[in-house]
Each structure stands twice: as C-alpha cells, then as structure tokens.
Design a protein around this ligand. Structure first.
Ligand SMILES: C[S@@+](CC[C@H](N)C(=O)[O-])C[C@H]1O[C@@H](n2cnc3c(N)ncnc32)[C@H](O)[C@@H]1O
Length: 190
C-alpha cells in the first residue's frame, strides 16, 4: 500500500486507531469492509481486549447487526500479564453503538458451551493464539457459523499456532481463502 493510501486510511479511522491494540489499520479496514460488504447480522469475536477490532466492526455494521464479544477481560494469554480490561473495553465503545454489542465474559470454551445456538454470519478468532486454543476455538464455534459464513483469524503470519491450524483447515477443504490482509486471514466456511 502506498504512503498516500495509508495516510487516508489513518485519517478515515482516526477514532478507531485511538483504541489501544495490536491490530494494524489495514487489518481494521478489512474488518470494516467485511462488515460493510457482506452485511453480516450476527458477528462474534473471540478476544476483544480493549475494543479495537470491535470498533472497526461497529463502524461497518448495519444498524440491525449485533456484535457478540467473548473474552475473560483478564488479559489472558497476553505477554503483558493478567489485569482487568473490562471497563476499558466498555469505555472504548462508541456511545451510539453500545446497544449493538453483547459482552460474554468467560473463557471461549465456557461461553461456547452456554451459547444459545444462534447462527453466526461472521466469526473472528483473536483470543489465545496457541495451536491448541485456536483449534479449540474453531471446533467450538464454527459449528454455529452458517454455511458460507465468514471466519477470520488474526495473527496468521505471526509466530504462533494460527497458521498451522488455518493451513490444516484449508487442506481439508473446511474453509476457503478469501484474502490475507497483513496478518488477518479471511476465509469462508465451506
Ligand atoms: C490479542 S487480544 C485481542 C485483540 C483485540 N481483538 C483487538 O483488536 O485489540 C486477545 C484477547 O483474548 C483474550 N483471551 C485469551 N484467551 C482467552 C480465552 N481462552 N477465552 C476468552 N478470551 C481469551 C484475552 O483476555 C485478550 O483480551
């Protein structure tokens, strides 16, 4: 991406960029575009942290769409160590869109067991990035994703378990690649 495009993106997503997190603006733009272009009505993200990805999704979501956020909000599996990020997440949500967010506090495993079965149009996996955890997030939640629904993985190119899990799913034909934006892998459930 050239310099001017990057500056334009930075200006467009001025508010979203102010929320602290590892997500790059190009990746945030891709989340925004998924929410805008495919018009998912039920979205679920595993790993919300302080709300950066949630803000990008909310910017693109239609007014009748709901974003379910699953996190312990205890900063689990993060290099910084554990602390409570619950209030920071809530405070970082845009006031006018707070009623489009449902928070599910607990581990991804626990929350998948009590999920009411609502079908998902989009699943974003960005919690614990170990191979075992990504596999378990996929197995626990992909059964709720509609056929043809979107499944996004963050940290695909970073040293962790994400790439191995994604490549296994691609090899089996479980998911099909749509795009890779920086470290964000965008796929469709077959
Ligand atoms: C990399 S951060 C998510 C970043 C976020 N998507 C953003 O854009 O800033 C990972 C988050 O996953 C959460 N997490 C880690 N393991 C988890 C688990 N097993 N269940 C639920 N949340 C978990 C952490 O508490 C942390 O907030």
């Amino acid at each position: 991406m050239n310099f001017i495009k990057k500056v334009l993106l930075a200006l467009k997503f001025y508010k979203e960029r102010k929320v602290y997190g590892q997500l790059q603006v190009e990746e945030g733009n891709a989340l925004y575009k998924c929410a805008k272009k495919f018009s998912p009505k039920v979205l679920l993200e595993i790993g919300s942290y302080k709300g950066k990805s949630a803000n990008f999704f909310l910017r693109g979501m239609s007014h009748d769409a709901i974003l379910h956020c699953v996190d312990t909000w205890q900063n689990d599996a993060m290099t910084e160590g554990k602390y409570n990020t619950y209030d920071i997440f809530q405070n970082n949500l845009p006031i006018e869109k707070r009623d489009q967010v449902v928070m599910h506090r607990g581990t991804s495993d626990e929350m998948s067991k009590v999920w009411d079965g609502t079908q998902l149009d989009l699943l974003f996996i960005d919690g614990d990035h170990s191979k075992e955890a990504v596999e378990s997030d996929f197995n626990n939640w992909s059964k709720f994703v509609k056929k043809g629904g979107l499944i996004l993985f963050h940290d695909y190119t970073n040293p962790c378990g994400v790439k191995e899990v994604v490549e296994g799913l691609i090899a089996k034909g479980t998911i099909q690649k749509i795009d890779l934006v920086k470290s964000l892998y965008i796929s469709r459930l077959q």
